[in-house]
Design a protein around this ligand. Structure first.
Ligand SMILES: Cc1cc2nc3c(=O)[nH]c(=O)nc-3n(C[C@H](O)[C@H](O)[C@H](O)COP(=O)(O)OP(=O)(O)OC[C@H]3O[C@@H](n4cnc5c(N)ncnc54)[C@H](O)[C@@H]3O)c2cc1C
Length: 465
C-alpha cells in the first residue's frame, strides 16, 4: 500500500487539501500534471480571495457580513447555488486567513485600481504565484511527496470507492484520494463541443482565449462523469471575461483584462451596443462580459472610452487604438463609420448626467436608448478617444462533480467513503452561473481544507482499507 492520501492536482485546492491531510498526520502524495515551472494551475494567476468579516480585519476595511456575501452570490448566480454549501464557504472564508498565514501566505491592501474590493477581498502579497510557492514550501516541509509531470489519466473505482490512479503505465494506490484537477477550460475541443455552432454558423469557442493554465484539460472530470459520478452544472457555464483580443491563447493572466467597460460603451463588430455597461460595479460584472462578447458576431467587441476615463481604471498592459476624433477611431478599428457614429450619437444624446461618482452606483444614466446604461453614463466627447478590442477569455468552467459538506464525490446520490473533490472540479455546486470576484479561491480554500481533513480522517480511521 502506498500513501494514505493521494491528492490529484497542484493548485490552491489541491495544496490546501494536501496541507490539511499532512497536518492531520497522514502521509500524502500530490500529483501535478504540470512541470515544476508551470505548477499551481490557475491559482498562480489569482490576486485575492473574498472574505466574510464582521468588523475591520488587518487588510480588510469595514465589515462584509455573511448575509451580504450570500446576497451577492444569490444575485450573480440567479439562485443557481446550493445555499448550504455556499454558506459553508462564506463562513470558512472568515477564518481561513490565519491558517493561510501559518503556511507562509502574506496579505496586502489592494492597489489603487482595485479599491472597489478593499472591503470584500484580501489580496495576496506577490499574487497567487507567491501563495502557491508558499504552500509548496510548506507542503515539502510537512513531508508531502510532490510529483510533477504526473498527469492522471484515469482512476480505478470499485463500488464508489477509490482504488488507484493511473499516470501513464504507472498504477498509484492510496487509501483515500482528493480530486482537485481544475475544470476543463483548457480543452478547446470540449469547449467547442459544449458551445456548439451558433445561428450564424460560427463555432464561438474557436475564438475563445484561455486566461490561465493549459493543463486543466478536464481529463479526470470527463473520466469521473463516465464512471457515473454525479454531475453538477452546465458545460457552457463558465467564468468568462472580455479580455484584450491580443492576449496569448493560454496564460495571459490578469494583465490582459480590459477594465474600462463601465466608463464608456462597448460595441460589436456591427458597431452596435448590446448590453448595459453600467449595470453594477465592475467586480460584480466583469465576469459576464466574456459571455456577452461570445454571443456577438465574430466573438469580438470594442470597449470605447474618451479621455475623461483615463486614470479611473487599471490601465491595460498594451495601449489601445487611439484617435482624435470618433470617426477616425471607427476607421482605425475597422468598423462602419456611419453606424458607429449613429450608435455614439444616440448614446450621447441619451445621457442624463447627474453627479458622476465611479465609487458608487451613481445617477448618471441614459434615457430612451436601448440598451440603457444605468450608471456612470457620461457623453463620450472628449478626445483623444480609445478603443480596445476584446474577446472572450475563459477563466474556469463550472461543470463539475456534485458534492456535500464533506466534499465527498457522490455516485447515484451516495457519498464515496474515500474519494473527495475540491476547487474548480466542484465550484459549480456554489456557482451555477455568474461570479463575484475572489469567490473561486474562497471555494477552493474551504473545500480543499475540508477534503484534506476528510481524506486524512478516512485514511487514518481505517474506514478506507
Ligand atoms: C487569470 C486568472 C485570475 C484569477 N483571479 C482570481 C482571483 O483573484 N481570485 C479568485 O478567487 N479566483 C481567481 N481566479 C480563479 C481561480 O484561479 C480558481 O477559482 C482557483 O484557482 C481554482 O483552484 P483549483 O485548485 O481548483 O484549480 P487550479 O489552480 O487550476 O489547479 C488545478 C491543478 O490541477 C492540475 N491538473 C489538471 N489536470 C490534471 C491531471 N489529470 N492530473 C494531475 N494534475 C492535473 C493542474 O496542472 C493544476 O495544477 C483566477 C483565474 C485566472 C485564470
Amino acid at each position: 500500500m502506498g500513501t494514505d492520501v493521494l491528492v490529484i492536482g497542484g493548485g490552491n485546492a489541491a495544496l490546501c487539501a494536501a496541507l490539511m491531510a499532512a497536518e492531520a498526520g497522514a502521509s500524502v502524495t500530490l500529483l501535478e500534471a504540470a512541470p515544476r515551472e508551470w505548477r499551481g494551475g490557475n491559482s498562480g494567476h489569482t490576486r485575492n480571495l473574498r472574505c466574510m468579516h464582521d468588523a475591520p480585519q488587518d487588510v480588510l476595511v469595514d465589515a462584509y457580513p455573511e448575509e451580504e456575501f450570500w446576497q451577492d452570490l444569490l444575485k450573480v448566480t440567479g439562485g443557481i447555488t446550493n445555499e448550504k454549501l455556499a454558506r459553508l464557504t462564506i463562513r470558512a472564508s472568515s477564518t481561513c486567513r490565519d491558517w493561510m498565514r501559518q503556511h507562509g501566505v502574506h496579505f496586502q491592501p489592494p492597489l489603487s485600481g482595485a479599491l472597489h474590493v478593499a472591503r470584500t477581498n484580501a489580496f495576496f502579497m506577490g499574487g497567487g504565484k507567491a501563495l502557491v510557492n508558499a504552500y509548496y514550501r510548506s507542503a515539502e516541509k510537512l513531508g508531502v511527496q510532490i510529483r510533477y509531470n504526473a498527469p492522471v489519466e484515469r482512476l480505478e473505482i470499485e463500488n464508489g470507492r477509490f482504488v488507484a490512479a493511473w499516470v501513464g503505465q504507472e498504477r498509484i494506490t492510496a487509501k483515500t484520494c482528493v480530486l482537485a484537477a481544475g475544470g476543463f477550460e483548457s480543452n478547446r475541443e470540449w469547449l467547442r463541443e459544449a458551445w456548439g455552432q451558433n445561428e450564424r454558423g460560427e463555432w464561438p469557442a474557436d475564438n475563445f482565449l484561455i486566461r490561465g493554465t493549459r493543463f486543466n484539460q478536464g481529463v479526470l472530470l470527463k473520466h469521473m462523469l463516465a464512471q457515473g459520478a454525479d454531475p453538477i452544472g452546465d458545460a457552457t457555464q463558465a467564468h468568462m471575461v472580455a479580455i484584450d483580443a491580443r492576449a496569448p491563447l493560454y496564460d495571459g493572466g490578469i494583465c490582459t483584462r480590459i477594465d474600462c467597460v463601465s466608463l464608456g460603451v462597448v460595441v460589436n463588430t456591427e458597431a452596435r451596443r448590446f448590453y448595459d455597461e453600467g449595470e453594477d460595479f465592475w467586480p460584480k460584472r466583469y465576469a459576464i462580459w466574456g459571455r456577452l462578447v461570445a454571443q456577438q458576431p465574430g466573438q469580438t467587441a470594442y470597449s470605447i472610452i474618451d479621455s475623461k476615463a483615463i486614470g479611473r481604471f487599471m490601465p491595460p498592459v498594451f495601449d489601445g487604438v487611439n484617435a482624435n476624433t470618433l470617426p477616425e477611431l471607427a476607421q482605425k478599428i475597422g468598423l462602419d463609420v456611419n453606424t458607429f457614429m449613429q450608435t455614439l450619437n444616440d448614446y450621447n444624446a441619451a445621457c442624463r448626467i447627474g453627479t458622476f461618482d465611479h465609487t458608487m452606483l451613481d445617477d448618471c444614466h441614459t434615457e430612451g436608448v436601448t440598451p440603457a446604461k444605468t450608471h456612470w453614463a457620461r457623453t463620450i466627447d472628449t478626445g483623444p478617444f480609445y478603443a480596445y478590442a476584446v474577446r472572450p477569455g475563459v477563466t474556469f468552467t463550472y461543470l463539475g462533480l456534485e458534492t456535500d459538506e464533506t466534499a465527498a464525490v457522490r455516485f447515484g446520490g451516495v457519498p464515496s467513503e474515500n474519494l473527495f473533490v475540491a476547487g474548480e472540479m466542484m465550484a459549480g455546486n456554489v456557482l451555477g452561473k455568474g461570479y463575484t470576484a475572489g469567490v473561486g479561491m474562497s471555494i477552493g480554500t474551504a473545500f480543499g481544507r475540508i477534503a484534506g481533513t476528510q481524506a486524512a480522517q478516512a485514511a487514518l480511521s481505517g474506514v478506507a482499507p
